[in-house]
Design a protein around this ligand. Sequence first.
Ligand SMILES: O=c1ccn([C@@H]2O[C@H](COP(=O)(O)O)[C@@H](O)[C@H]2O)c(=O)[nH]1
Length: 234
Amino acid sequence: MSQTDSKKVLIALDYDDKQAALTFVKQLSPSQCRLKVGKEMFTYYGPEFVKELVELGFDVFLDLKFHDIPNTVAKAVTAAAELGVWMVNVHASGGFEMMQKAKEALEKYGDNAPLLIAVTVLTSMDQGQLLRLGIEKTPQEQVVYLAKLAKEAGLDGVVCSAQEAQLLKSQLGGEFKLVTPGIRPAGSDAGDQKRIMTPQKAVQAGSDYLVIGRPITQAQDPVQTLKEINDSIA
Ligand SMILES: O=c1ccn([C@@H]2O[C@H](COP(=O)(O)O)[C@@H](O)[C@H]2O)c(=O)[nH]1
């Protein structure tokens, strides 16, 4: 994967119906986008569903946001690597040692190891919600703090909002991957997302990968919507 990876859109497959998800996926080509499987579909349909997507030729981001003791997380990311996923993630707030052990566990996969990234501050959170957790930093300060910790632990990048992308690129360098949910094409509903940005502005700010769910999957014509988004960031 090069620094200027042109396949930037990761579609969040958040469906409660496997057939509906597969009907959509089968209209896509692995050259157009990557796919993200999160807690909903994994809980319903498990590793077999992930394997099906991998076998269809898609790069899959397994977004289970592991947050546990180092030994457990190291074993969980190993299980993800065995599924053949392209990217997997942990919560940075699980701590430095946990992130280090997870990265070490993937070393044996060499060039086939999935990218390992850390969630910083969920894009659904704003300053008020951080305060309620007892965190007095701004979301941006907390994201930078956790991203530096993740980089020091040897991770490949972080999940953050595109609003922090420019600052993170300037502080952590171009190679450290920024995966940004909370992407909303102009005029689309923010829903529960708080720190949002349009696809075009996110790419300009330095996002490497744009995680997009409902604006595509709930569009009247999801395939055409993906095409329009891809065209807007080409
Ligand atoms: O900080 C985060 C981390 C993960 N997500 C996930 O991304 C998608 C976003 O879906 P939309 O429908 O485009 O809002 C979803 O699967 C989340 O679990 C996130 O939103 N923010």
